[in-house]
Ligand binder design. Sequence first.
Ligand SMILES: Nc1ccn([C@@H]2O[C@H](COP(=O)(O)OP(=O)(O)OP(=O)(O)O)[C@@H](O)[C@H]2O)c(=O)n1
Ligand SMILES: C[C@](O)(CO)[C@H](O)COP(=O)(O)O
Length: 228
Amino acid sequence: MISAVVVAGGKGKRIGRDISKQYIKINEKEILAWTLEVFEKSSEIDEIVLVVPGDDIEFCRKAIVDKYRFAKVRSIVAGGEERQYSVFNGLLSCSGKTEIVVIHDGVRPFINEGLIKRTIEESREFGACAAAVPVKDTIKVVDDKKFIISTPDRKILYAVQTPQTFRYDLILRAHREAMEKNVLSTDDTALVENIGYKVKLTHGDYFNIKITTPEDLIFAEAILRNVK
Ligand SMILES: Nc1ccn([C@@H]2O[C@H](COP(=O)(O)OP(=O)(O)OP(=O)(O)O)[C@@H](O)[C@H]2O)c(=O)n1
Ligand SMILES: C[C@](O)(CO)[C@H](O)COP(=O)(O)O
């Protein structure tokens, strides 16, 4: 069985709006609803575990899950203070039959079914797989006063995205070990790396942006106009 854990338990501070960014509408549909729609339609996905802020559970049930008839959403659970804790809560709520879990940010609405499928196929082979794109800019490593320390070769640099897809037992172990050692990361592949396991990257999509800061809303509208 393949479960999707869609995390939307954040507050969206960097976007500076008075509502959490996952509920901002683009073309009259909430960002979170755009995201869930792709998982609902994907033939690969058997169930969706939706993680939202604890106070929003009833709102999300009515205004998102029931409204758009997302039948695959099996549970809506409360997130934690940090993304990592939200993912962990989602993992604990997956079906007892889950073999593969696809973890995705609720605020990456331009995911597509092909990308979900590709990460699943590679996770079956390698245990852990994440979508990623080659970085387009030259990246600098700097000190705390912003003087450059080094310029890594761009050829070996990738920007990681979600979906990040794992064998269920592996990602659960990685999260449990992180908890035991007080390790905190914004990224699930980092937790798997920390237990000494190799993660495969598969080609992501430059359109698969994470809505993070105000200008991303302008990009999102442009993507919807031109791609969706
Ligand atoms: N405690 C948290 C923090 C984040 N997320 C989710 O993780 C994804 C990526 O996180 P990010 O873009 O950082 O979202 P926020 O934490 O909401 O944003 P900010 O850091 O600007 O407050 C989002 O879908 C967000 O809702 C979550 O489920 N639980
Ligand atoms: C998981 C992630 O989306 C990969 O790009 C990212 O690490 C989330 O991080 P953020 O710090 O919460 O933006």
